[in-house]
Write a protein that binds this ligand. Structure first.
Ligand code: PHE
Length: 334
């Protein structure tokens, strides 16, 4: 039988004939091998072990003969049938990407603030010192302008224009805060103003669990007549309870920013701890003057919150570097 099967495989000239031969000898239902297997039951128990060994050898040899013929035909014309392709096997799922957690957070925050009437505004990431500092009431000798705390873009042109490497004052930089967008909006629009701006900011911090040289802020600006600190606190409370939950408390601590007066640090209490999320305050009259608003007529508040901090707090992420590692094991959880 073994020789007969091998000869049948051998003489098959195309894939179809080979398949027919395979069914004849190796077929699971009616194959010759199956018949032999059935006869095993009738064999004397003392001979059964020996018969089993011979049956297995027979099976292996017929299988080998079949595979040899299969690869012989595979090399030539296989009659258009790919014997190695099994259409009944489940397919391989293509990996589908999704939106980065920080982008998801930005969308979520924009939506919450949008419900309170805040429109999204944008500004460039490469800024001039006027928008990043001067119009925000940050004078030339202020430590916030230190080259060690900012990514200045010392192009050959800016160095040549200043005549020396010391002339950093006129040099463009990667914005260190989204407060730049406050200025850009007020330069082009008249009150009432109700905007937020979500975007990247850059500071040369060494990366650790809570610092990264690039991160995101959500800036808020509200300018109208009779805007007060109570409006600021209300908007931030509504925001925080919408984003984190009803059990959130909010706390202001006195602080200082050149572009707000008074200024506060904003803390939210959630899941048992107070965490600082950013700064805020009433827009300083000097800022209104820089953009041509009358500080006797208008008042306003501004705030800047850390987007990563909000995202990490909500999703219990403990290391900011995970957000920017590109590690799919981390990212695919969002
Ligand atoms: N720009 C400030 C910072 O980056 C935050 C801030 C924004 C403070 C608006 C007050 C008003 O730290």
């Amino acid at each position: 039988l073994e020789g007969e099967a091998a000869a049948a495989f051998d003489s098959a000239t195309d894939a179809e004939a080979l398949e027919e031969a395979r069914v004849r000898y190796l077929g699971a239902k009616k194959g010759a091998l199956k018949d032999v297997q059935k006869q095993m039951g009738g064999i004397d128990p003392s001979d059964r072990k020996d018969a089993g060994i011979r049956l297995n050898a027979f099976k292996a040899n017929v299988q080998t003969a079949f595979e040899e013929s299969q690869s012989r035909l595979g090399g030539g014309d296989s009659g258009g049938i790919d014997l190695t392709f099994d259409p009944t096997l489940p397919g391989v799922q293509p990996a589908i990407g999704h939106i980065h957690p920080i982008t998801q957070t930005i969308t979520h925050l924009t939506e919450i603030m949008g419900r309170m009437g805040f429109e999204a505004a944008e500004g460039p990431e490469v800024e001039d010192p006027h928008h990043n500092f001067v119009a925000l009431n940050i004078p030339e000798d202020h430590p916030a302008r230190d080259p060690l705390d900012n990514f200045y873009l010392s192009t050959a042109a800016s160095l040549a224009a200043s005549g020396s490497a010391k002339g950093i004052e006129g040099t463009q930089l990667l914005r260190s805060q989204t407060s730049t967008v406050q200025i850009r909006v007020m330069e082009t629009q008249q009150p009432p103003i109700r905007v937020i701006s979500l975007g990247r900011v850059y500071r040369p911090d060494a990366p650790d669990a809570t610092h990264f040289p690039m991160f995101h802020q959500m800036e808020g600006l509200y300018v109208d007549r009779n805007v007060t600190m109570a409006n600021l606190k209300t908007v931030l409370r509504v925001f925080a309870t919408n984003y984190l939950g009803d059990d959130v408390e909010i706390r202001f601590r006195p602080s200082f920013f050149p572009f707000t007066e008074p200024s506060v640090e904003v803390d939210f209490f959630w899941n048992g701890t107070w965490i600082e999320f950013g700064g805020a305050g009433m827009v300083d009259p000097a800022v209104f003057e820089a953009v041509g608003y009358d500080p006797e007529v208008y008042s306003g508040f501004a705030f800047g919150l850390g987007v990563e901090r909000l995202c990490m707090r909500r999703h219990s992420v403990t290391d900011i570097r995970d957000l920017y590692s590109g590690d799919l094991r981390f990212l695919s959880q969002f």
